[in-house]
Design a binder for this molecule. Structure first.
Ligand code: G6P
Length: 500
């Protein structure tokens, strides 16, 4: 997958969730349950190939001390199937502490703050302390994995190979600081990288967080800090400059802290494009075989996704263009998410009411404007929805990248549909042939849906061909390769000092 290089440097991946969930089966034994994300699909094979390690939370509080992680079942087709239990480190955290860390700080503070919605963010010293403690537990588990990795390399005589530790996302913003400190004190060789999967906010927003300096220092403990797009990189560099007084180079995207140079990189993530094409080719039809067109929305049920605005805009479409009544349906799939957090439960209520109202207002005997699935759908079903929908509505208020937009275009293997995309998603910066709409401007969204539904075939083809070409090229393997390239560059002599 990533030729040559992966066999040289083992990878230690650190993420809040392991690439599979552990759950207790009927016989009382732990078993692996798969998660289907693109990140796992891309990264797990590399961890397997380079004999690396994955450190993360197993998704259960039920693991007993010392209890072994089960091997995968025979016949397991998941990308993690070859990941041996010896390559997995489960970080077990007591329920109360995990709750304060995950529901409290990660999703009650950082999620809204980093999505520039500070009014929804809760700032509390106790949840922040729990966050730091849990990050420390992740760091200690990672250090154990790093020690074992270095010892193994030494035993093999590969004394010049420095393992790559790769920390992921907003749940682990400060873990790298402890990892670097201890690893340096112990004389372990390592390279340390971080990737943020959500937006990085501007200084005006970041400074609202009372312990912002610790966040920045935690991230700067890495050699490479990656974001989806350049805007997030520049926000981060700006924060480092203004909050910590770091010397920075915005052109070369470098930050200096205590004599060390940190490389900041825009590394836009892609999807496993061909996997979605294959799914779309084999998935049976699930939508009705009538003349009715489907407009599709697929999201975790999250207030950042602009779901309420989307439903209101669709209502406006039916009001202003009644010719679509009985001709068009909005199929909204909302995947339950973070249901222990109040904001998410409130959104669920709001959506239920709103959709009920719109359906009550416009439904006919044999037609309803909105079909609403609150739940998960299989990958096969999803691919069929993507393939057979005339329009995809991807209208987040703010979103790190948004992979639904990319999955939709990958699955457009038959008569092409139209992608409607918010400029406030990272994907908005590169998917130029989508119809771009401001999700706050409901009239414009309604008119854009109308335009998409009436767009001639040749224009749809032109736009979709270009969108698909770009996403096929910039798939998730390419993202992974770019990250590893950036890590390889760490040993170069590039230093900020020479560039100022
Ligand atoms: C976003 C985050 C991920 C997170 C995912 C699902 O994509 O960037 O880190 O895993 O949402 O959220 P959850 O809270 O269920 O892990």
């Amino acid at each position: 997958m990533v030729p040559g290089r992966v066999s040289q440097a083992p990878l230690v991946v650190v993420s809040n969730r392991l690439p599979f969930i552990l759950a207790r089966g009927l016989d009382g034994r732990l078993e692996r349950r798969q998660s289907a994300g693109g990140l796992v699909t891309a990264v797990a094979p590399v961890v397997i190939e380079c004999k690396g390690t994955w450190v993360g939370w197993p998704g259960t509080y039920e693991m007993r001390p010392g209890e072994a992680i089960p091997e995968s079942d025979a016949g397991d087709q998941a990308p993690t199937a070859g990941l041996k239990s010896s390559q997995v480190v489960a970080v077990n955290v007591a329920k109360d502490k995990f709750d304060a860390y995950y529901n409290g700080c990660c999703n009650g503070t950082f999620w809204p703050l980093f999505h520039s919605m500070p009014d929804r963010a809760v700032f509390k010293a106790d949840t922040w302390n729990a966050y730091c403690e849990v990050n420390e537990e992740f760091a200690q588990n990672t250090l154990a994995a790093l020690r074992a990795t270095v010892a193994k390399l030494d035993a093999e005589g590969r004394v010049n190979v420095a393992p790559i530790v790769w920390v992921h996302d907003y749940q682990l913003l400060v873990a790298a600081a402890s990892i670097r400190k201890a690893a340096e004190e112990e004389g372990l060789r390592f390279r340390l990288g971080f990737f943020l999967h959500i937006p990085f906010p501007s200084w005006d927003i970041m400074r609202l967080f009372p312990w912002d300096d610790q966040i920045l220092q935690g991230m700067l403990a890495c050699d490479v800090v990656g974001f989806h797009i350049e805007d997030y990189c520049l926000n981060f560099i700006d924060c480092c400059c203004r909050r910590l007084g770091c010397r920075v180079d915005r052109n070369q995207m470098m930050v200096e802290l205590a004599g060390r140079t940190v490389h900041v990189k825009a590394l836009p993530i892609g999807i496993p494009f061909e996997r979605f094409v294959e799914l779309a080719e084999s998935a049976p039809k699930v939508l009705k075989t009538t003349e009715e067109k489907t407009i599709l929305g697929v999201d975790r049920l999250d207030y950042t996704k602009g779901l309420v605005n989307r439903i209101l805009a669709f209502e406006l479409l039916l009001e202003k263009h009644p010719e679509h009544i009985e001709k068009v349906t909005l199929l909204q799939i909302s995947v339950p998410s973070r249901t222990d957090v109040r904001e998410y439960r409130q959104l669920k209520e709001e959506m239920d009411q709103l959709i009920g109202r719109v359906n009550g207002r416009f439904s006919r005997a044999n037609w309803s404007p909105i079909r609403y699935i609150y739940g998960c759908v299989s990958q096969n079903q999803l691919a069929a929805f993507y393939r057979d929908s005339a329009v995809a509505l991807v209208t987040p208020l703010r979103d790190g990248m948004n992979l639904v937009a990319k999955e939709y275009v990958a699955c457009q293997i038959r008569e092409p549909g139209v992608l409607i995309l918010s400029p406030f998603a990272g994907a908005g910066g590169s998917m130029h042939e989508a119809l771009v709409v401001n999700p706050y401007e409901l009239d414009q969204v309604a008119e854009t849906i109308h335009r998409a539904l009436s767009m001639p075939l040749d224009e749809r083809e032109l736009r979709m061909t270009q969108l698909r070409r770009r996403e096929r090229k910039n798939d998730v393997s390419r993202w992974l390769e770019s990250f590893l390239d950036a890590m390889d560059g760490v040993n170069d002599e590039t230093s900020l000092v020479g560039n100022l």
